[in-house]
Design a protein around this ligand. Structure first.
Ligand SMILES: [Zn+2]
Length: 56
């Protein structure tokens, strides 16, 4: 089954849950920067999966 992920439209990071993506977007919009506490949960930062866009 394909793994779904959710993008923060503000910073472009991807998350495994919509909740985290929403949380990140809310923070990014309000603070104009990212919160490490949130971005560390992103797919990019967790480093266990390549960005979906480059997977053939
Ligand atoms: Zn963000």
């Amino acid at each position: 089954m394909p793994e779904e992920n959710y993008e923060c439209k503000a910073c472009g990071l991807h998350y495994n849950t919509k909740e985290l993506a929403d949380k990140c977007y809310a923070w990014c919009s309000a603070h104009k920067s990212c919160s490490m506490e949130i971005t560390k949960h992103s797919i990019e930062m967790s480093g266990k999966s390549a960005p979906s866009s480059v997977v053939p």
